[in-house]
Every structure is written in C-alpha cells, then in structure tokens.
Design a protein around this ligand. Sequence first.
Ligand code: DOR
Ligand code: ZN
Ligand code: ZN
Length: 428
Amino acid sequence: MSKTLIRGAKVLGGEVQDVLIDGETIVQVGSGLSDEGAEVVEADGKVLLPGLVDLHTHLREPGREDSETVLTGTRAAASGGYTAVFAMANTFPVADTAGVVEQVYRLGKESGYCDVQPIGAVTVGLEGKKLAELGAMHDSAAGVKVFSDDGKCVDDAVIMRRALEYVKAFGGVVAQHAQEPRLTEGAQMNEGVVSAELGLGGWPAVAEESIIARDVLLAEHVGSRVHICHLSTAGSVEIVRWAKSRGIDVTAEVTPHHLLLTDELVRSYNPVYKVNPPLRTEKDVLALREALADGTIDIVATDHAPHPHEDKDCEWAAAAMGMVGLETALSVVQQTMVETGLLDWAGVAERMSAKPAAIGRLEGHGRPIAVGEPANLTLLDAAYRGQVDPAGFASRSRNTPYEGRELPGRVTHTFLRGRATVVDGKLA
Ligand code: DOR
Ligand code: ZN
Ligand code: ZN
C-alpha cells in the first residue's frame, strides 16, 4: 500500500498540520510527522479541504457525448477539487429506469477520477405525467436516493405529492427545478429593468417562488424531504427561511454563478450568460450570499451544464441554457464568500462537501479530515490569482462565463481514496 504525506497544510484553513495517508485512509494528522516510506506533497500553507461533492452536475452521457461524457465530466470535477458528483437525469435516454442509472453508475466507476452517483428522473421521460420507477432505481446497483426532473419542473402538484410520498419510504429526496412553466413561456432572461430595456421576454421571480412555496407546503403535508435546486431570487430565500423556521424538511442550493453574476451582463447579448434559472439582480445576489452564510441555503452546487459551441455561439434566443462550472466553482466561492468575509474555509467545506453528501445520503464523502476517514481531499492554493482560460479545461465544453476574468485560488491536488487524481494542478 502506498503512503502519501501532505506536509504543512492549513487544515480547513486553520492550523498548519501534516496529514499521512496510507492506502485509501487518513492514518495520522499532526505536526512533524515522519515521511518514512511516503511520497511527500509539500503543501506550504495551502488550504486542505475535504474532497468537494457536487449535488448537481450534468454529465450528458448517455446521448450528448458531444457536450460531455462521464469520463470528461469526472476529469473536470477532479480538476475543480471534487471527489464525488451527482449526475442529473436529463440525458438521452432519460435516466428514468434502473438500466440507465446503472449504466451511468458503471461509467463512473470506470472513470476513476471521481465517484458518480446517478440521480433518477421523477417522471417518465421528464414529461411530468407519470411517476418513473423510483423504487426500481433505488433498489438497483446505483442505489438512487435523489430524484429530479431538472431542466424541467415537476409542475403537477399531484405528481409532486406522489413523488414525495414515494421517496419517504426509503429516506430519499426530490430535488425540484422550481419554474412555473406557464409563467415562463417565451422567457429569455430575468424579468426586470434590463429585460424591459432589451425587449427580451422576462422570467419573473414569482415563477420560481410560487413553486418553492407550494413544494415546501407539500413536503410538510406529506412529512417528506424536498430539496430546491439553484435558488436565484431574494424572495426564494425568504420562503425557504420561513419553511425552515416552521420545521419543514427542506434544503436548498445556490450555484456559483448566481453568487457572482447579474442580469446586467445580458446587455452584451453574449449567450454564455444565458442560463436557467436566469441571472438576476444585485439585490438577489447579495441575498443569496447572505442566505448561504447564515445556513438558509445549505449548499453550493454547480449546475455544471456543458454545451457544444454550436449550441452556444449563436444568437441569444436560439442559444442553449447553461454554463460549465466544475472547474471554477471553488474560485468563485472564494471570491464571493471567503474574500468578502462571509464564510471561513470550514464553512466552505461544510457547504461544498459535508452537507451535499448528507443531503444525497452519500457515504464515504463529506467526512472530517481525521484519522480513520477515507482520504478524499482537496489542496487549494488560495493565494493564487489568474485569469480563467477555458482552453485549459478538462471538460469537453467551454461555455464558461468567466473567460478572461481574474479569479482567486487554484486546486493543486485532489485525492480520491488516497489516489491523487490531480497533482500540481494537472490531472494525474
Ligand atoms: O441552465 C440550465 N441548463 N438549467 C437547467 O435546468 C438545465 C441545464 C441543462 O441541462 O443544460
Ligand atoms: Zn435546473
Ligand atoms: Zn441543472
């Protein structure tokens, strides 16, 4: 079994320590540890975090391998410091059967770069009409516990109720893409001052907020657990805060892009900024940051949504929605949450590793950096400053809104159960 000594790392951004890995496990944490028989990684005061966990990744396989594959997506994940990702179900075919989720699970195992936990669709074909075989997906080798029609909203209240009832039996969760479809017909961007000036179809905040309000009440009624994907408005934060104060079993995520970018960017008509839910206003961005800091929003999830350039390099109205995010997420969180003083690194670890693993009931991830725990670790050079260059991405797609932007921090090493998947900033 191989040994690795990570020497002189600021564990969770705090005390400088050495961490000794033997095989797949952390076997010692302390100062002045012996490096005998171990390969040494000089951390030089870099920040050591538990391997990141993304509850919301689009890996595109099967069916859209021109955008991403499980292999390229997990390489992108490892580059960004992730050791596990949950793969969304809006593939072709849709991941609505045991067969498809098992296929994605197997491809993840073969990739070796990070663990892949498939998400199952709530409804057959994401059509919102008929419940998919949730039990069969749960009982399959993939052991699905998170279900989502993401990309589409489960807008039928009866179907949503049945899904919440069904997953309750095995401690599963329904992850809702909250978008009232009738209120967003023809919508191209956030509804507000900018959409009015540009004459683009507006996407009102109430389209998101009305579904969240309904779903937290349904979760309360059923006594089940609901997770809200990509909160994007200040009003959504208020509803989730109210629901939590009432004891409703709701969790929520925010994406890095909704923590940083606003709808002012749409004035450029550059489709790289086209995303669902849309970029909102400064007021929303500030409310989301505060809610992530105070725990109203539980986690950061990337909504990594790769698209090939044919689907993005076109006029605004025709462009696909979504942006890649795995390789820039930690940097954006550093800029918006750590460098603003809203979160320390322990708080980041909780929101990007421990809590997403807990919400998705994923074992072996999101664990403390302590003796006996699996060595899933990320080493971050937080002092680094550099411009984002999509040419260097491991993802098959390049649709990042941050091209040329200076962002702080760089992942130099990622360890998946003791094996380095990233060394000195390069995939191993
Ligand atoms: O922007 C988005 N892209 N939002 C979604 O809900 C789906 C995703 C995709 O699959 O491209
Ligand atoms: Zn979504
Ligand atoms: Zn998504």
